[in-house]
Write a protein that binds this ligand. Structure first.
Ligand code: ZN
Length: 482
């Protein structure tokens, strides 16, 4: 559908842009056309970003010219805080780091930030540039997606659409498999049609790669970029940006609509520099939307106190219940495996699914238990540092591997159409209530097989196991498990 651009500022911005590019004359128009094209490129590159000199395209004289024209904002990469009497404390502008342990010195005595060094070193004396000229004009937005939202999705979509432009926060608490991407479309369309800039931030590059083609298809007229470590879109301008949370460190005051996927996921919850990155990338008037299936306790507290508006989506897109995990006592399974035996309860569970020709997802608490189980069963295993991880998951997805053993690395994001799920040692500390809920959420995702088997093999019930089942029961009854 085509929407008229309701924002008069949009044309005002274009006029201002025209004004600046025609009034630059004495300096800029005196430049040869190639230089002017470069300047225009620099403006598109820099708009909404905050970058060190080495990441700004163009020559030193281009930069100097833009500086003279007051089109650039300069900020020191590291600023002194002077908090302690005997030594200078610092703040890193890019990642917000202020901890003394987060800084160290080069042999020449200059200080640099250690926390964001993976994106290039920020050293005392470095400058970060951002754009203060007019933003590139937005193209008209069109939503080409022709699917229909389920009643539950419609509820979430309506709440998000209403939040756009209000400058508020809103949380969507949706069960795994609710179909949250489609739920975002109406809000994105509204925001893009207003000429705004939007970002979807997610903790993992896999998700960026999965979302990018879907959004390009849904919004064919919009400039969309996907940013992650090593992405080729790094220098392109995006009206809609899909990025790993880390990449937001390259933006400042850029986005009017900020959507944070899996707000409860590692590393976002534990890394304050990522939360800082999100706050910096948002414009002060931005609307912020959080998506999660398993909110952290801190978020739940805000929901109970009604300081964060939220919408609960307790139904999957196909309308069926979440499979309720079955509990199966397994005894000291580690000891049995050390003796070279697959615990009998697990063996018969595996055999019954093998006979029926179903694929099986086996979660284990550690890399060593994954290796042990591979040795005993012959089934392949994946873990965080496994170089063949992607290939193995793809083979499992395609049905070439009947059983896949994994650590909690695959607790999120991976969707296998018809997999049965088991957790071995569900009582291990690594399986928190939210980890177990995410794992159980891998099962029954397709409409053709919504009722899958989820079994927690344990050596004693834990609070996490009980909380996970309570969550699933509450959601199946349409209640928020607060
Ligand atoms: Zn830093």
């Amino acid at each position: 559908m085509h929407l008229p651009d309701p924002n008069p500022l949009h044309t005002a911005t274009q006029q201002l842009s025209f004004y600046i590019w025609t009034r630059l004359p004495s300096a800029a128009l005196a430049q040869p056309p190639a230089a002017r094209a470069r300047l225009h490129g620099t403006s598109r590159h820099l708009s909404g970003r905050r970058l060190p000199t080495r990441e700004v395209p163009g020559t030193a004289s281009d930069l100097a010219l833009l500086d003279v024209l007051r089109l650039l904002k300069r900020e020191p990469a590291l600023s002194p805080l002077h908090r302690f009497p005997r030594r200078t404390a610092w703040r890193c502008t890019r990642c917000g780091n202020t901890s003394a342990a987060g800084f160290t010195q080069l042999p020449d005595g200059r200080t640099y930030c250690r926390l964001c060094i993976d994106m290039g070193r920020m050293t005392e004396g470095d400058i970060l540039y951002s754009w203060r000229g007019p933003a590139p004009s937005a193209r008209p937005a069109r939503l080409a997606w022709e699917g229909t939202l389920t009643p539950a999705q419609q509820q979430g979509a309506a709440a998000l659409e209403a939040a756009v432009g209000r400058g508020e926060e809103h949380l969507i608490w949706a069960v795994c498999g609710a179909g949250k991407t489609e739920m975002l479309f109406p809000a994105l369309l509204k925001s893009l049609a207003r000429g705004e800039r939007a970002v979807i931030a997610t903790p993992r590059a896999d998700v960026v790669l999965e979302l990018l083609p879907r959004l390009k298809q849904a919004f064919p007229e919009t400039e969309i970029t996907g940013l992650y470590g090593g992405s080729s879109d790094r220098d392109r301008y995006g009206q809609l940006v899909i990025a790993t949370t880390h990449q937001l460190r390259r933006y400042a005051r850029a986005f009017d609509l900020v959507i944070i996927d899996e707000i409860d996921a590692f590393p976002y919850t534990f890394d304050e520099t990522l939360q800082y990155a999100v706050s910096q990338a948002a414009r002060p008037t931005a609307t912020t939307i959080y998506l999660t299936a398993t909110p952290t306790n801190a978020l739940k507290t805000r929901l109970r106190r009604r300081t964060l508006p939220y919408t609960l989506i307790p139904r999957r897109y196909h309308g069926f219940d979440l499979p309720r995990p079955r509990l199966q006592w397994i005894g000291n399974w580690q000891k049995q495996m050390e003796k070279g035996r697959v615990p009998p309860a697990l063996r018969s569970w595996l055999e019954s699914h093998e006979k029926a020709g179903r694929s099986v997802f086996l979660f284990v608490p550690s890399i060593s238990s994954a290796a042990q189980l591979t040795e005993l069963t012959g089934a392949p295993a994946v873990h965080a540092s496994d170089p063949e991880r992607r290939e193995r998951v793809a083979a499992f997805r395609a049905g070439h591997i009947p059983v896949l053993i994994t650590t909690t690395i695959l607790e999120r994001g991976v969707t296998i159409a018809n997999a049965q799920v088991a957790v071995i040692g569900a009582d291990d500390d690594i399986f928190t209530a939210s980890a177990l809920t995410q794992i159980a959420g891998r099962a029954g995702r397709s409409a053709s097989a919504p009722a899958a088997d989820v079994t927690f093999f344990h050596h004693g019930k834990t609070d996490a196991i009980v909380a996970c089942r309570r969550y699933i029961d509450a959601m199946n009854h349409g209640r928020a498990p607060l």
